[in-house]
Design a protein around this ligand. Sequence first.
Ligand code: MRU
Length: 351
Amino acid sequence: MTFKSTIKTIQWTNNISRMINQTVLPYKFETVDIKTAEEMYKAIKDMIVRGAPAIGIAGAHGVSLAALELSKNINDKNTFLEQLQKKAEYIKSSRPTAVNLMWAVDKQMKLALNTEGNIKEITEILIENGIKLENEDIEINKKIGDFGAEVVPKGAAILTHCNAGALATVGYGTALGVIRSAYAKDPSIKVFADETRPRQQGARLTTWELVQDNIPVTLITDGMCSYFMSKKMIDMVVVGADRIAANGDTANKIGTYTVAIAAKYHNIPFYIAAPLSTIDTSIKSGSEIPIEERNHKEVTHINGDWICAEGVNIINPGFDVTPNELITGIITEKGILKPDFKASIKNCFTV
Ligand code: MRU
């Protein structure tokens, strides 16, 4: 089955990184051309590109752009590598939670440092590798989709939170990849999409993707999920992830934890769909995951208008951590990891 949203979210084209501008969807469809590491930092920070795997690829492209820029003015290889490392660290500081960003940038830097060739050759290799990671992302998501589709019951109503779709990756999506693969096998499935305050990725992006693909989707506000679970209108939950600790604790968009608690109470399977690059084996548990605090305006304003009393206190964490005991399985490109996650994750990285 082919889907209309096959356009790549981010793509290397003629020495620029071209990305869909996710800040204006679904009102407007436009792409933005990123030409420097500094522009990439801003595009990630301002969420023109967002979603863990997509910002990973953005980070990889950012290093390629930095190499291109530096190669124009620097002749000494050591100076080039030193400057490249600085730009890589700068790109990584754009958002703290999604580990895919650090994973991809570090992968690029390791390659740069281990390449024997001259500056031009290193730059070319970085560009090639960025494109390779870009293409691999879609393949990985299709594998996640296929593994995940196996655990979707016939005619299931699936709840998802935020956007873990084609827009959060290069294409196809992780949680929405599972939904796409399941729908290809069984067009009687349907989706409930949480609105996902404050930035409304569910309302703006998930519904946009699913409506294009003619996958039946019902938009609900974040507080409604337990009501629909109690009415037996939801059969399973699938969400994405920004960082998974070695014990399976999972950081994802704020509100995910609430959905997981509600799912546990109602005995509904709760799955995470994520590539292995989202698993951070260097940290033991979710308490070590850095949680991004975002601009308070995201909470106080909607479309530029105040929605609360001026002077009110605001806290705006972008993510929360779902404890591993609330997770039924972690759907990866290598299969579905099951509890005990500490053991299954360790096993996955040692096999
Ligand atoms: O702040 P965002 O929009 O980048 O947050 C995105 C999410 O939380 C996604 O669920 C997660 O990155 C997984 S995307 C496949």
